[in-house]
Each structure stands twice: as structure tokens, then as C-alpha cells.
Design a protein around this ligand. Structure first.
Ligand code: 8YV
Length: 323
């Protein structure tokens, strides 16, 4: 019997290829000389897409009439139109849970780097400046600060636990209050006024675009630190550059950017921003665990008709399929 055909639009973690290689036929689209021709020729065979970062919208889905599943690598799936997929009977899965600790560790590392200017201090040493005098004292410190988490999901809670261990108190803003001990703010602006660290962990997409704007940054204030490990689109980057230049806020630690991998030139110029190249989940064991979950979703769906980690937009469809 022919193996089910999986389309891979772009390169993925090797663990995905290793995991599905002998159970599926994999079309490695990025290696094709004429990807459109390959898609047209193989469209009727393609039952799944294994995806890492390619935009999948209604138009793309319409080209694949036999498609049943989009198995996405990563917890964020803002590049996939999951509602359009559900309308077409296509289940979307992501990889939640397995990267929470890694991303939370990165967030705390980034926060410490930003507040205590650790990358700048390291650059000072490497530039041979230490013999001329000590690195200047940092204007502030971490413990005793108040963190407001924008998007208290699983990663947000992992960040909250770590923040508390560093002597930082925690509050949060979500659309709805959760059953947790942290103070809830129905208004992001009010939370920004009351805290001096704003940590962005909310999903990207149209609903959250530019939630962190000039007004929120102004409210965060001159002692305020912005940390973003979610999606660049949540922050109005032009407003952030203005706020960093004018010292409306003290500093920013960013792992994600609006137009990554292009970086706003203003961010590269300011000395009060720490910038990382989207490495939140980027360790071999964590990326392997994410890859394994992509594989589990494909194997489970095509073996038993049950996705392991469907996204909420696919919930009704899964219920209907499974009776
Ligand atoms: C990865 C991420 O960088 O999980 C996410 O949403 O942003 C990261 O873990 C991304 O999935 C790589 O494709």
C-alpha cells in the first residue's frame, strides 16, 4: 500500500524527518526546482503538511483538495489560518507544553541580561576596557521589581514561577481572569502603570497586533523594562524604538521582531536593548521534543484518527470526526 504523502514546504528539524521517514512519503518542496509544478502535480496525493514557519492561508489550502492535517512545529501558529483550515475540514496541530521551560528560561535570562546590562558588560571586557576602569554601575536591579505578564498561559506561568524565585512579584493581563493567585488586570494599560517589567507571552496574529503601543510604553515608565518572547507583531516596534531613544522606558529585551529576521535599524542603534535571534526554544533537546510531537500528531491521526495536540480552532472539527 502506498504511504500517505506529507508535504514539507520548508526545512524542518531533523527529528521530524527521522520520525516520519519510513511511515510517510515526504515531498521536500524547498528542494524542488519548480515548487508550483510539484504542487500542481502532487496536490491530489497530499494528505498532510508538516510545517515550520511557512504561511498557510485559505488560498494555499485550496490547492490541496485531499488535505486532512497541518502539523505545525512550534506552539505559535499565527502563520496558519486555522479557521480557514477548519472550514475546509483540515485539522491543525501545534507543539504546546514541551517548550514551556525552555522559553521561560530564555525569558528570565533575557530579563537579567537587560536589567543588569550583562551583554554590554561582556562587550566591555572583550574590548579590553576593564584595565581602564570598572564597567559602570547599572542604574537598577532585578529583585524587588513587579512583573506584568501579558498572556498568562503555560509559558507565562513558567515565567511567573521563575520570576517569584528572583524576588519579583507577578501580575497578569489576559482576556479572561484565571484561577491563579496572581493579581489580574482587566486593562493592559492599568497593569503597565503598576508594574516595572512587562513580559509579552501572548500569541501573535491580528487580535494582538500592536497591543503594546506608545501609550502602554509610556505607562510602563522610565524605570520600565519590556521583555518579548512571543511574537514581534504584538509590539509596535516604531513606538518601541522611540520609547527606547527618549528613555520613556529603561530598556527592552527582545527575542522576536516584527519583520524577523530583519531588525528595525533603530533597535540596532540604541544601547538599551538586548536583542536575541529568536532562540527561545532553540536547544537540541527541546527542538527534538517539538519534532517528536509533530510526528506523534501525524502518526496518531493517520493511524487512529485522533490528533494529539489540535489547536482550539480545530476542536469542533475533531469532535465531529470522532463522533
Ligand atoms: C520556534 C516559536 O522558534 O514555538 C514557537 O511558537 O516561536 C519557537 O519555538 C519556532 O517554532 C520555529 O519554527
Amino acid at each position: 500500500m502506498a504511504l500517505p504523502t506529507v508535504l514539507m514546504p520548508g526545512p524542518m528539524n531533523q527529528s521530524v524527518l527521522n520520525g516520519i521517514g519510513d511511515q510517510f512519503e515526504v515531498i521536500r518542496l524547498w528542494e524542488a526546482d519548480d515548487p508550483d509544478a510539484v504542487l500542481a502535480e502532487r496536490a491530489k496525493d497530499i494528505v498532510a503538511v508538516a510545517n515550520a514557519g511557512t504561511t498557510i492561508d485559505g488560498e494555499f489550502l485550496d490547492r490541496l483538495p485531499a488535505l486532512q492535517m497541518v502539523a505545525s512545529f512550534g506552539v505559535g501558529y499565527d502563520k496558519i489560518d486555522a479557521e480557514a483550515a477548519a472550514e475546509r475540514g483540515v485539522v491543525v496541530t501545534n507543539t504546546p507544553g514541551v517548550l514551556d521551560d525552555e522559553v521561560a528560561d530564555t525569558a528570565l535570562g533575557l530579563l537579567l541580561m537587560t536589567v543588569r546590562e550583562l551583554p554590554q558588560a561582556e562587550r566591555y571586557l572583550r574590548a579590553g576596557k576593564w584595565p581602564e576602569g570598572s564597567y559602570p554601575l547599572t542604574p537598577t536591579r532585578l529583585h524587588g521589581r513587579k512583573m506584568g505578564i501579558l498572556g498568562l498561559g503555560r509559558i507565562g506561568e513558567a515565567i511567573a514561577h521563575r520570576a517569584e524565585a528572583f524576588g519579583v512579584s507577578v501580575a497578569y493581563h489576559n482576556r479572561r481572569q484565571k484561577d491563579v493567585a496572581y493579581r489580574y488586570y482587566p486593562s493592559l494599560l492599568e497593569m503597565a502603570r503598576d508594574v516595572d517589567i512587562l513580559t509579552v507571552v501572548i500569541p501573535g496574529g491580528d487580535d494582538t497586533r500592536h497591543l503594546v503601543n506608545a501609550e502602554v510604553l509610556e505607562a510602563l515608565g522610565p524605570n520600565g523594562i519590556l521583555i518579548n518572547v512571543a511574537r514581534g507583531s504584538v509590539v509596535d516596534e516604531a513606538a518601541l524604538v522611540d520609547a527606547l531613544r527618549s528613555r520613556t522606558i529603561l530598556g527592552a529585551g527582545l527575542d522576536v521582531f516584527e519583520h524577523e529576521p530583519s531588525i528595525h535599524p533603530g533597535l540596532l542603534e540604541v544601547d538599551n536593548a538586548v536583542l536575541l535571534p529568536h532562540v527561545g526554544s532553540a536547544s537540541v533537546p527541546t527542538r527534538d521534543a517539538m519534532g517528536a510531537l509533530v510526528v506523534e500528531n501525524l502518526v496518531s491521526w493517520f493511524g487512529r484518527g485522533v490528533p494529539v495536540t489540535p489547536v482550539p480552532e480545530s476542536a469542533d472539527l475533531v469532535r465531529r470526526v470522532n463522533g
